[in-house]
Design a protein around this ligand. Sequence first.
Ligand SMILES: Nc1ncnc2c1ncn2[C@@H]1O[C@H](COP(=O)(O)OP(=O)(O)OP(=O)(O)O)[C@@H](O)[C@H]1O
Ligand SMILES: [Zn+2]
Length: 771
Amino acid sequence: MSKSLFGQDESGRSAEGGGSYVRVAIEQGVDVTADGLTYAVPEGMSVGVGQRVRVPLGRGNARAAGVVLACTSEAGDLDPAKIKPILEVDVSAPALPGDLIELARWIARYYVCPLGMVFGSITPSAVSKGVGSTTRVEVRLAGEVSGKLPRVQRALVEAAGADGGWVERRVLAERAGAKTLGPVAKLVEAGVFEVRRVDAIVADPVAVAEAASTERLVLTDEQRLALERLIAMGEGGFGVGLLHGVTGSGKTEVYLRLIEHLRGQDPGAGVIVLVPEIALTPQTVGRFQARFSDVAVLHSGLTQAQRNAQWHRVRSGEATVVVGARSAVFAPLARLGLVIVDEEHDGSYKQDQLPRYHARDVAVRRAHMAGALVVLGSATPSLESLHNARVRPSYERLRLTERPAGMRMPRCEVVDLIEERRSRRGIHLISQRLETELRLLIEGAGGVRGQAILLLNRRGYASHIACPDHGCGWVKTCDHCDATLVFHRQDALPRGGVARCHHCGAEQLVPETCPDCGKRVTLFGWGTQRVEDELEQKIPGVRMIRMDSDTMRAHGDYVAALERFGRGEADLLLGTQLVAKGLDFPNVRLVGVVSADTGLHLPDFRAAERTFQLIAQVSGRAGRGAEPGRVIVQTLNPDDPTLGMAMASDYEGFAERELELRGKLGLPPVARMARLVVRHRDLAQCVRLATELTQALEATQQRLGLDVRIRGPMVPPIARLADHHRQQIEVLGSADGSAEGLQRVMTALRNQGRLISNTTLAVDVDPVALL
Ligand SMILES: Nc1ncnc2c1ncn2[C@@H]1O[C@H](COP(=O)(O)OP(=O)(O)OP(=O)(O)O)[C@@H](O)[C@H]1O
Ligand SMILES: [Zn+2]
């Protein structure tokens, strides 16, 4: 691959000669002005917009990396003699195209984040560091051989002749049995060989997954109608199709046909397919690879060199379909025609550190700039997207209400855990009902052995380590956070396990007795480890895979586990929400929700929405083959309306009720929100900073007369985290859902220098997590 393909000055004019300046956004996050810092271009240096440069920064002139935003001959108000020169142009890093620069500016503005940091996210570090990049030296026969050659040189000439074309110097030497490169050099000198240098990235090829081709599927009527509508929308330029299809309704097939159609019309059009990181399984990727020959893949399971290589395949135009997780929204496609965001409701599209962008919303923005079509797909659309589909003319919702012929939606039943407790002795996380069904399925009653998926969205063994005496009330909490510790079983340890904080990761020993009253401590509450234990006792010999972030540390573990399950080497997949996402295993006939209550009462206004999504999604893993599926949901709240609607797959009913509630409370998606969290080791300082910030917000809001509500400062659900006290402020936009008022307040405060995200402040626009 030649670097000239992604060469230097395609995206901007070069600043030539003396007296020229550039504006540079510094990657380290210095954010003095939105237009970057001004530097001079030294004589003879050629530099263009989008290029990465090194510049001196601050008094100490520390070398810093940055991206050129603009080239200009004006020094502005600055004294030309005092403008520092660029130190160097980073020729190994490819220049960013103009549309990505514009997108970065939008992200920096909207999400209140330093522009340079956004650039840092747009170009993967593997790319800016050039991991795996090398220069290959190749030779080929060029001239006649005059006279007699030494043996090794003769062998080299013969090998080159057999090859005919350009061949890497080392490879040729190896073939000819030459121990050094000296003889090759002699032949180059003699004019027998000509030589060239080629830039390349050395990386292991990314595995192509085997996937059944679905090319011959006959679309259902609903799939066909949705496809036709999306095609028509795409012809009009920018538009957002919300493909709302029940679980297993075949949304992927609609994506594939849409891409096919688009590329039939316009072979060079670029396509981005975003999937949640966790859904980036060979199964998903394979479906795209089976249909298109030029797919690039970007996910966390790649090596740095692979990531660099994949990125360059996109940049050079060799790959025009990109399948990837959140950051693939920045894929450097030359001409974007379509963006698909699968499982658009998924919270992992929001980055939880700077820049705190939401990939779905960035995708819509990028498509808008490019005049491209967006498809947001989900069985349980986020209320944000549903709301947009109702109020924005560029959005349209398309429905798939059924699974393809021969596949039915699973039947759901509820198990009341309070009843269960009354009627049974001892602690049982798995009810009699669920146990019976599991047994029948796994033992293959009726002739066919099936597989099951069990969800418990809590890892560890027990969620509380506490004094059994309620009058005493002691519970083990983290020394660094206001949070209870979770018991994780580790048989080798003295007390059979360790107490771990799920917020800061700290671990502590488990005491034998209550430090307050001396009684023996007890373990309360549930976790996946405990369910695993219980299942092993209840169904001896059951072949089980536990899937949570303790057992699945790397992408590879996750992929391997799913492959085992897909081959039928396990009967049961037990895990946290990792088992709820996008899995398509036709032999899964039973889904059990061990506790539907884990997320129901979290202090987050989206608790009900998340629970609805989780239950509906995991239920949807059942019955995706010829055999019907069933779902058993265990709960302490059998009358909870959210659970009832999730089990009935009543999305409309749920959305109606929830949107009305959000409207009444003035919460997203009806109004936009920004969340500011102040953190400090010292409580008084923390409160003081938060109070000052609130006052500044209020003053600005009044001065500008904006329809914005400011709530706080208040204590967030987790009041202390990793030894830092926390205070939060919520800024809510107007009830018409427009972002304008909110953005104006935020921009004004930023211009006052008050919204610099650092160790004491986190600014989160459109937050998805509120703990
Ligand atoms: N027209 C069709 N005829 C027969 N089978 C189909 C058809 N369309 C899709 N399928 C099959 O249905 C199954 C479910 O499709 P897919 O995985 O795309 O569902 P989905 O809508 O993405 O569901 P989820 O939201 O649960 O992930 C797949 O195995 C797919 O091959
Ligand atoms: Zn902690």
